[in-house]
Design a protein around this ligand. Structure first.
Ligand SMILES: Nc1ncnc2c1ncn2[C@@H]1O[C@H](COP(=O)(O)OP(=O)(O)O)[C@@H](O)[C@H]1O
Ligand SMILES: [Mg+2]
Length: 444
């Protein structure tokens, strides 16, 4: 027993009188006190051990942190740092202790100790503040997070900062930004190609539309020139004073009667051709103007016929087309944009029927509270697996250079802006059916 080892608790000589008894009491008291001290000493030793363990644990934690940890007092003097900080600053903990934090910060640091202090005074957490430290290797940018440190009575006594190097983060951001830029550029290129494709379609359609009336005008102009030659020859003969018999022969030879009879018709034909050219140009103006505010009532049937003429007939004349649309499918909005939608739909149908034995495009329509136009083709139809994605921007199943995947997404948006809907489905007998619905224009 411990008490024995220390020599306490041995029997004492018997006291002879009361004084002895008093002694005994004192000694017992001392005995008790010693015993108490001993228990306390054991408890203290145990506490010490626990404290040491906790300290080792905390030191281990701090040493294993890759982020820099700095604890300083309210005046900015460093009190403690971790291993990562010692490494970053190339100094020992002794060197760093009591050093003002400000001395570790580089001139160009966006935040300085006073900024951190202000944040602390406002009782705000410091989060993601950029600091630039001065290290033997040069400037060392970090992102700092921090909090106030309190003492056991709850008074603020300092600041703890955890700083993460942002070189890596910055690089990751830069890479991300570069990738984003690349993507944006690629998208812009696709948007550009879709615009060029639309323009190409428009130009081809218009060229086809203009071709007929222009050759009409051209042919009639040739006829007129021939007529004018004959008439001039006849008038010359009259002026020369040719006799009646000669003039009669000339009239026969130069087909003067026939010429005069046909003049009117030829001129009418020319005029008609010129008017057609004028109309096509007017259409083109109307369809290509981009004035969004210009809302007008237009006939969906007229637009559908024009889209069919400009796209299908011009580019794929072998396609059989069938239109059953009542006149007067009046809708309101921007006819140029709706014309673009119809051209996109016709072009998709033409593309889908490319290798098909039967190529037939049917446009039917009806009116009521809304005007409805349906385009049915005999193409491949829309695979149910991709049906949900065909209206997505940049979704295409066509090879590069042929499809941009923007046609339907742009069309969808235009139709939506007009308060209508655009739907895709498959016909039970094969081929796709695109259904365009627009609110009917109210009269008056
Ligand atoms: N009439 C159709 N028949 C079959 N598939 C179609 C039809 N219209 C559109 N699609 C599908 O929808 C996709 C997207 O069309 P779109 O947005 O016009 O882009 P793109 O024509 O440039 O591919 C097409 O690639 C095609 O797979
Ligand atoms: Mg398309």
């Amino acid at each position: 027993m411990r008490e024995d080892a220390l020599g306490y608790g041995k029997p004492l000589p018997r006291p002879a009188d009361e004084t002895d008894e008093a002694w005994i009491a004192v000694i017992r008291k001392m005995d008790e006190t010693y015993a108490e001290l001993l228990t306390q000493q054991v408890a203290v030793e145990q506490k010490n051990e626990e404290l040491e363990e906790a300290q080792t644990f905390i030191a281990g934690l701090m040493a294993s942190m890759t982020d820099i940890l700095i604890a300083c007092d309210l005046s900015g003097r460093i009190e403690q740092v971790n291993l990562a900080a010692e490494r970053a600053f190339g100094r020992s903990p002794g060197d760093l202790a009591r050093l003002p934090l400000e001395e570790l910060l580089a001139e160009e640091s966006p935040a300085h100790f006073r900024h951190l202090r202000e944040a602390v005074e406002r009782r705000a957490r410091i989060s993601d503040r950029e600091l630039v430290f001065r290290t033997p290797e040069g400037s060392f940018p970090v992102s700092a997070n921090g909090a106030v440190r309190f003492d056991s009575r709850g008074r603020s006594v300092g600041l703890v900062l955890v700083c993460r190097p942002i070189g890596e983060l910055r690089k990751a951001y830069r890479d991300l930004e570069a990738a984003h830029e690349g993507l944006k550029e690629a998208q812009q290129q696709l948007v550009h190609s879709e615009k060029m494709a639309s323009l190409g379609r428009l130009v081809a359609g218009v060229a086809h539309e203009l071709n007929n009336p222009i050759s009409f005008v051209y042919g009639n102009a040739h006829t007129l020139r021939r007529y004018s030659g004959r008439l001039t020859a006849y008038v010359d003969a009259v002026e020369r004073g040719a006799n009646t018999a000669t003039l009669a022969r000339l009239r026969e030879e130069l087909k003067i009667q026939h010429t005069l009879a046909n003049m009117e018709g030829t001129l009418d034909g020319m005029l008609e051709g010129a008017e057609r050219v004028r109309d096509v140009v007017a259409d083109l103006r109307r369809f290509s103007s981009d004035r969004r505010e210009a809302r007008e009532v237009f006939d969906l049937a007229v637009l559908a016929r024009s889209a069919l003429d400009w796209v299908a007939k011009a580019r794929a004349p072998e396609i059989e087309t069938f239109v059953d649309v009542p006149e007067g499918l009046a809708a309101v909005g921007h006819p140029g944009h709706v014309h673009q939608v119809l051209m996109n739909l016709v072009q998709n149908a033409v593309d889908a029927m490319e290798d098909r034995p039967v190529r037939r495009l049917e446009i039917t329509g009806r009116s009521g509270d809304e005007v409805v136009l349906m385009l049915r083709d005999t193409g491949s139809g829309i695979d149910p697996e991709i049906a949900a994605r065909i209206f997505d921007p940049f979704f295409t199943t066509k090879p590069i250079g042929k499809g941009t995947g923007l046609g339907l997404s742009i069309s969808y948006r235009i139709v939506q802006e007009h308060g209508g809907t655009l739907e895709a489905s498959n016909h039970p007998e094969g081929g796709a059916v695109m259904t365009l619905r627009l609110p009917a224009a109210r009269e008056g």
